[in-house]
Design a protein around this ligand. Sequence first.
Ligand code: IPD
Ligand code: CA
Ligand code: CA
Ligand code: CA
Length: 263
Amino acid sequence: MNWGMIDRYAKSLIREAGHKIRVSFFNTIDIESKADANDLVTNIDRGIEQFFIKRIRKDFPDHKIFGEEGFGDQIDSLDGIIWMLDPIDGTMNFIHQKRNFAISLGIYMDGMGILGYIYDVMNDDFYHAMKGEGAYYNDERLPALESTPLELAIIGVNASWVAPNRRIENEPIAKMVQACRGTRSYGSAAIELAYVASGRIDAYMSLRLSPWDIAGGMVIAQEVGAIATNMKGEKPHLLGQDTFIVAKPKLHDELLTNYIQLK
Ligand code: IPD
Ligand code: CA
Ligand code: CA
Ligand code: CA
């Protein structure tokens, strides 16, 4: 497999899609709700996914595509080459803020992440990695992550978990929030993963993410030594939703052992 060629192809496709998204702000955006009133989707999410799919199907007819908006393939096994695509990760930010959203793409072979991309479209920040070849922020190689003790760590976590909640014990999370240096919530799992990989935050966690949210970011984060698992400490499920935590190695262990208690 010529991964160098696929890498160049994917990067140029992502940049072209980013341009389409920036231009889309000149037109009216159609907004709809999906599973609930706050689960938003737009014609741009759908259009960008279709743009990728059309190109990938033409140029790599034997590859499969697993995309959030459902225009790709029905995926029930990780065999072969699968492009795991979120055309816009952070749709709520896309709609409300016109920034802080990303294109997220991971290219996997038989379940193994080979190429990973997160493109923060409005900042023109491109995070990318090829397995075994290091991770990059634009043209800058990202250094291996060094450990950070909890009291110096910034943690990406959703504020709602500190209140009573049906999925996770809130008291240990409240203790974690008090013990760490600070918390952040950016509203795009992909950007939060990119921030862990580039050392801007030290950990990020979520109670429910889909494969396309994490596929690209995991390749990037693992290249700099971050540990990415579900909240049971296992490899995240890549065929459906799962819990997720990514962090610097010792911190990952400390957070899982001392602060995360699923109900
Ligand atoms: C969402 C974002 C958000 C995360 C949600 C995701 P979307 O993706 O990554 O930060 O908390 O769980 O669904 O729907 O904007 O692509
Ligand atoms: Ca969505
Ligand atoms: Ca997403
Ligand atoms: Ca999305």
